[in-house]
Design a protein around this ligand. Structure first.
Ligand SMILES: NC(=O)C1=CN([C@@H]2O[C@H](COP(=O)(O)OP(=O)(O)OC[C@H]3O[C@@H](n4cnc5c(N)ncnc54)[C@H](OP(=O)(O)O)[C@@H]3O)[C@@H](O)[C@H]2O)[C@@H](O)CC1
Ligand SMILES: Nc1ncnc2c1ncn2[C@@H]1O[C@H](COP(=O)(O)OP(=O)(O)O)[C@@H](O)[C@H]1O
Ligand SMILES: [K+]
Length: 507
């Protein structure tokens, strides 16, 4: 799904009004109807609804939602927060409509007029939307602080009031902390970035009928990854195929005390469909790996505890994954250099392979074009330095990917893949249960397995992060986010693949 910046959303609005044709008031009615419908499908009419409105179009949405909920039998009350009486035209129309339908909004002109809410009320935040031009101050700030002090569920209309859609939060900036945000038509960039996203709570994108031609034809560097995108390139296995069809992967992983990382990535690689897997490991890992994963082949290094440069290996691997648990021994630095020099095609680099690269930038010249790098934020910082905010980091990713012709997957709640062309894909699957030791090693294994099956590096990144997250979601549903382990993510890869393949795979 495309992610548009606020100026493009406004363009989409204007294009829709011109081409459908539909009036801006009717578009607001559609948006408010979608919100009211969402609320009705989740909260019974016995729940009182308190709607806090501003004077712009976000406030107009709130006033319309109040009227629509009342029409469906809810006890809904609107408050209009303003120190002046300047309303946007559509907000004014909706104030009139609400008055005509019975009772208009109650004015709040000072924080002392903040009402005592009925017990168990649902709060709707329609104070400010994408028209935010400056950090909250004065009355608006006071009201938002009051809302944040409540223990009621808070639904933000379009965006939590006070949050910028396309720029970092202001220092000491205040924003509504929503339980749920109903975003019109698109995700906002802020919902996908760690500094701002938590305040949006759970995000639901509500279609409001913006013109499909505008959406299809307007380019944007930002997209989210969802099942529809994945199904465009997911390859079902051919009946007349053999293990060679699905590629031979090599994983260089593990050191004394960290053979688990090698095992996790190796199992994830095979469970993602690689035809053959060889594991390059130090001697100490031979018995555990062969015992726990008899499907994998082992190439043992001379050294007991860590990877060292070895003899030339001319096997034509379809993919090479390097890094989980390898440590940073000087011999291992040379082993990494040798592996990179010998790799004729894109590789997957993770964990200590990235840390070594950060300390030995001279190795960059050996990283094949099209390679996938999977840093978590700390590894990213080691590689490229600290950043002032999330947006500065996106820009740094863009530059690094272009300079080195690589794909970077910055891991997190919404792992973000950046391409050498400067496009960003945010993953939407996964959950906090995946914040557990070894989750990243399983991702490396999955990516190495997909690359072996001749998915392109971009397809590998998109399918890999999505399927990793979905497997994590299945594991959390079965076991709870607390109890799931990285190996449970691997155990649920099958459920994730079946979901993508569709029902015909299941019989
Ligand atoms: N296509 C869509 O997605 C659709 C979107 N729709 C809705 O429209 C919303 C955008 O509406 P909008 O442009 O009227 O802006 P909105 O945020 O309501 O108010 C801005 C007002 O607040 C003011 N103001 C700014 N900063 C401030 C501050 N810190 N503290 C105090 N005041 C501040 C600013 O005035 P200023 O004081 O700057 O002159 C201005 O008057 C969007 O989020 C969605 O809900 C739907 O209705 C239909 C389809
Ligand atoms: N809160 C979260 N929500 C979604 N995914 C998460 C969350 N925390 C971690 N993950 C995922 O788990 C993986 C963790 O990777 P990493 O930090 O390298 O772990 P490790 O080093 O233990 O293997 C990443 O793919 C990340 O996207
Ligand atoms: K809002």
């Amino acid at each position: 799904m495309k992610v548009f910046t606020t100026p493009l959303i406004r363009d989409a609005d204007a294009y829709t009004i011109r081409h459908l044709p539909i009036s801006s008031t009717d578009l607001m009615e559609k948006a408010a109807t979608a919100c009211a419908h969402w609320i009705c499908s989740r909260f019974p009419a016995t729940v009182p609804v308190c709607v806090f409105c501003g004077t712009g179009n976000n406030g107009g949405d709130g006033l319309a939602v109040t009227r629509l909920l009342r029409a469906r039998g809810y006890t809904a009350q609107a408050w209009l927060v303003t120190s002046a009486d300047r309303l946007s035209p559509d907000c004014a129309i909706n104030r009139e409509r609400l008055e005509q339908a019975g009772e208009g909004p109650v004015m709040i002109r000072s924080a002392t007029e903040f009402p005592l809410l009925p017990a168990g009320a649902l709060v709707v935040d329609a104070l400010l939307g994408t028209g935010l031009t400056r950090p909250l101050s004065g009355l608006m700030r006071d009201i938002v602080l009051r809302i944040n002090d409540l223990h009621n569920p808070v639904i933000s209309v379009d965006i939590p009031s006070g949050m910028y859609a396309d720029q970092p939060p202001a220092k000491d900036g205040i924003t509504v902390r929503a339980t749920h945000t109903l975003s019109f038509m698109f995700y906002k960039l802020a919902f996908l970035l760690p500094a701002s996203a938590p305040a949006a709570g759970k995000v639901t994108v509500l279609p409001i009928g913006l013109h499909p031609d505008y959406i299809a034809e307007t380019p944007t560097p930002y997209q989210t990854i969802d099942a529809r995108l994945i199904r465009r390139f997911y390859k079902k296995r051919a009946a007349f195929s053999h293990k060679g069809t699905y590629g031979h992967a090599l994983l260089a992983a593990g050191s004394f005390g960290k053979m688990g990382a090698a095992l996790l990535s190796a199992r994830a690689c095979l469970c993602s469909g690689a035809g053959l897997l060889s594991c390059r490991i130090p001697r100490c890992g031979y018995i555990p790996l062969q015992t726990a994963l008899p499907e994998a082949m082992c190439l043992c290094d001379e050294e007991e505890t860590h990877l060292v440069p070895g003899e030339r290996d001319d096997t034509p691997y379809q993919s090479i994954g390097i890094g989980p648990g390898i440590g940073q021994h000087p011999d291992t630095v040379r082993a990494l250099e040798q592996l990179l020099q010998g790799a004729g095609s894109p590789v997957v680099l993770d964990a200590d392979a990235l840390n070594i690269l950060a300390r030995h930038p001279e190795l960059w010249k050996h990283v094949p074009a099209g390679s996938l790098l999977t840093p978590h934020p700390k590894e990213f910082e080691r590689l490229f330095g600290p950043d002032a905010d999330d947006f500065a980091r996106l820009e740094k990713m863009r530059k690094a990917c272009a300079e080195h012709s690589v794909y970077i997957i910055l891991k997190g709640h919404h792992s973000c893949t950046c391409t050498p062309e400067g496009n960003f894909f945010f993953n939407t699957s996964g959950n906090a249960g995946m914040a557990t030791a070894g989750s990243g090693d399983t991702l490396t294994g999955i990516l190495t397995g997909l690359l072996a099956q001749r998915y392109t590096p971009l397809e590998t990144a998109l399918l890999g992060t999505y399927i990793h997250g979905r497997a994590g979601d299945h594991a959390a549903a079965a076991l709870s986010p607390e109890s799931m382990l990285a190996s449970d993510i691997i155990d649920h890869l099958g459920a994730a693949f079946l979901e993508i393949a569709g029902t015909d795979m299941q019989h």
